[in-house]
Each structure stands twice: as C-alpha cells, then as structure tokens.
Design a protein around this ligand. Structure first.
Ligand code: THU
Length: 134
C-alpha cells in the first residue's frame, strides 16, 4: 500500500485524542504503516511513576509487532497541546527513532510530523537519526 500522508496524519490526530497524558498534558498520537499495508496507531500512556510512561510511536510499534509485523514503511506523528492546538514540532524522541530503526530501512522510512490537520513536515528516518546503529 502507498501510505497517504493526509490519512495518516488524521489517524495520528485521532489517536492523540485517546492518549493518557494527565501528567504532561501533552497528548501524542502515531499512525505506523507496516509493510503489509496495515496501519497501527499508538498514543502516549503516562504513569504516576513517570519513567513507566511510553511514547505514542513505541506504543504503535508494540501493537504492530504483537500482530506479527516487523517491517515498517512510514509513521505520522501528531502532538496536541493542552488547549487542543497542534504542536508543530512533535518530532519523535531519540528512543523512538532508535526503536523505529530496528524495523525500517532508514533511507526509505518516512516520518510525517503534523503541523495542522491538513499539513505536515516530511522527514526520513535517516535524516532524523544519521549514522544509526542496527
Ligand atoms: N511523547 C511522545 O509520545 N512522542 C514523542 O515523539 C514525544 C514525546 C510523549 C512522552 C510524554 O508522555 C509526553 O509526550 C511529554 O513528553
């Protein structure tokens, strides 16, 4: 399947609205496209014990791997501020970049970061995580 970035951004935003983020109040959603063409969403899930929290991107990877997927083509990420506006700078954190690297070809894997409901910035994983280990 050719991933449609607009649909992926919409799916990431919908997932962000289901995030559990009472501590940071920063909700993040991810929509991860597997090689099969299926899309797996994830949201950040925080905890009173802060280090137990997981990011949206890694939550999506965990869901997908549990369904038998181990190769991915693209991800869209959307961050929502407490006032429900979109955070345009919600690029994946370092842990998530390395996690995605495990299951992707860095030069080919696309990362779409929502700037608004209908616009996004496009990166490759290689651009976000140069000279990566894996
Ligand atoms: N977070 C994500 O889920 N993904 C990112 O790419 C950046 C940060 C989460 C972690 C934490 O729950 C909240 O956003 C604030 O850092």
């Amino acid at each position: 399947m050719e991933a449609n970035p607009q649909e992926l951004v919409q799916a990431a935003l919908a997932a962000a609205k289901r995030a559990y983020a009472p501590y940071s109040r920063f909700r993040v959603g991810a929509a991860l496209v597997a090689a099969s063409g299926r899309v797996y969403t994830g949201a950040n899930v925080e905890n009173a014990s802060y280090p137990c929290g997981i990011c949206a991107e890694r939550a999506a990877v965990a869901r997908a791997v549990a369904e038998g997927e181990t190769r991915f083509a693209a991800v869209a990420v959307a961050g929502l501020k407490p006032d429900d506006s979109i955070a345009a700078d919600c690029t994946p954190c370092g842990l998530c970049r390395q996690t995605l690297r495990e299951f992707a070809a860095p030069d080919d894997f696309k990362v779409y970061v929502a700037s608004s409901e209908s616009s996004w910035r496009e990166f490759t994983l290689a651009g976000l995580l140069p000279e990566s280990f894996g």
